[in-house]
Design a protein around this ligand. Structure first.
Ligand SMILES: Nc1ncnc2c1ncn2[C@@H]1O[C@H](COP(=O)(O)OP(=O)(O)OP(=O)(O)O)[C@@H](O)[C@H]1O
Ligand SMILES: [Mg+2]
Length: 378
């Protein structure tokens, strides 16, 4: 059994015919209600029921825009009727239209979800009360709809972020493969030929040119290896600790900032997707430090204590202002947060101006690995 809400709720307050269900055992009182509604020029259709069974049946069969209910009926009260429909997915405004029921009962009824209460001797205000109840009802419907749309849109965004990250990693891996197979292969062949030529010519000036070309070639080979490593961190094959150690050492060499890495478990192991997330987090955090922190020291801590992979990267630099964090064009930290979510983890940021920044990635390592396919990101 289902109950539907008005087809077009915005129409009900204004011009459309209102479908009203009246729970009332007195025919005379019912007629008085009809007259009050007619007097105010309301377009309406009304049905009367006076037993709980009929009430339940009617509300299950047809959609009403509003329910008016006498409080005390033979063998039951309006609250029993309300209880019949209160658990359904949606109910129209339910207005108590009754003789004196006492203020505390009226308050309790409204707290229980009943829309309003109007004494029977105040029927001239009936249409006004109905309109107000409908307006409140529509506002609540709109709010619920907006909340549903927001939740759906957040879900779509999270799925898109996940898709994007997988696509980016796959693309990076493909480019790294191309560089390795095409450029790397050709450069290695040229190096062999150059060394063959060097062995077979004795002319001094030619030898000098061969040496310059070999140096340039060596430089190109080094650069392509560096690009490959940043595109697809092959170093991860040696484990997360080794990969982050490599990142930390090259960061220290490049920036001159003292960088230390601590762990209690150098052989800690997680799924490929989790390890790649941790690696990319360390990479982005170190890039941010070199760009903005102006610090003299970086500490990295890696742990898998209590079944949670934790990676902490702290600097003793200038900290991040809240304005910088809200910069709509900055995607690094936002991207890391999304990335952590994809593998069932989260990212915390602790920072104070002048007192440094700490980025903390936490990912539970329990069996229920929600991370993308192990084969991704190869
Ligand atoms: N370790 C840090 N110390 C000081 N400021 C930082 C640090 N990390 C980030 N910030 C500040 O926080 C902002 C947001 O960083 P985020 O990584 O999200 O974006 P970005 O680095 O500016 O751009 P993107 O990463 O998208 O290239 C930065 O612009 C910077 O002002
Ligand atoms: Mg950044």
């Amino acid at each position: 059994m289902s109950f539907s809400t008005p087809a077009d709720p915005s129409a009900t307050v204004a011009h459309a015919t209102l479908h009203i269900l009246h729970l009332e055992d007195s025919e005379l009182d019912h007629r008085l209600v009809c007259r009050a509604l007619e007097k105010d020029g309301l377009l309406f259709s009304i049905a009367r029921v006076d037993t709980l069974e009929d009430f339940e049946q009617k509300t299950a069969q047809q959609a009403y825009d509003v329910i008016l209910a006498d409080y005390r009926l033979p063998g039951f009260t309006a609250l029993d009727a309300w209880a019949c429909i209160a658990q359904r997915a949606s109910q129209p405004p339910f207005i108590l239209l009754s003789g004196a029921i006492g203020e505390s009962a009226a308050v309790a009824a409204i707290q229980g979800g009943i829309a309003d209460y109007l004494p029977k001797d105040d029927l001239r205000n009936l249409v006004r009360v109905i309109r107000r109840a409908l307006e409140v009802f529509q506002a609540k419907q709109a709010q619920a709809q907006a909340a549903r749309e927001l939740a759906a849109s957040e879900k779509r965004l999270a799925q898109f972020a996940e898709h994007l990250q997988t696509a980016i990693e796959n693309e990076r891996a493909a480019i790294a493969r191309e560089i390795h197979d095409d450029i790397g292969g050709s450069l290695a062949a040229v190096r062999l030929d150059l060394s063959w030529i060097a062995r077979h010519v004795s002319h001094g000036e030619t030898q000098e040119h061969i040496q310059t070309a070999t140096d340039m070639l060596q430089h190109a080979i080094g650069a392509s290896q560096r690009i490959m490593l940043s595109l697809r961190p092959a170093i991860l094959d040696q484990g997360l600790y080794a990969a982050i150690q490599w990142l930390a050492e090259s960061f220290q060499r490049r920036t001159g900032i003292k960088t230390s890495l601590a762990t209690r478990n150098e052989t800690l192991h997680a799924s490929k997707a989790i390890e790649l997330t941790a690696y990319r987090t360390a990479q982005e955090a170190l890039t941010n430090i070199s760009k903005y922190a102006q610090c003299s020291q970086v500490k990295i801590d890696l742990s898998d204590a209590e079944g949670v992979l934790t990676l902490e990267i702290s600097d003793n630099g200038q900290g991040i202002s809240s304005a910088a964090l809200e910069n709509p064009k900055a995607f690094g930290i936002r991207g890391l947060k999304e990335r952590a979510k994809v593998v069932g983890g989260w990212l915390d940021l602790s920072t104070r101006q002048g007192a440094g920044t700490t980025v903390i990635l936490s990912i539970p390592l329990n069996g229920a690995d929600t991370s993308p396919n192990e084969d991704d990101f190869q």
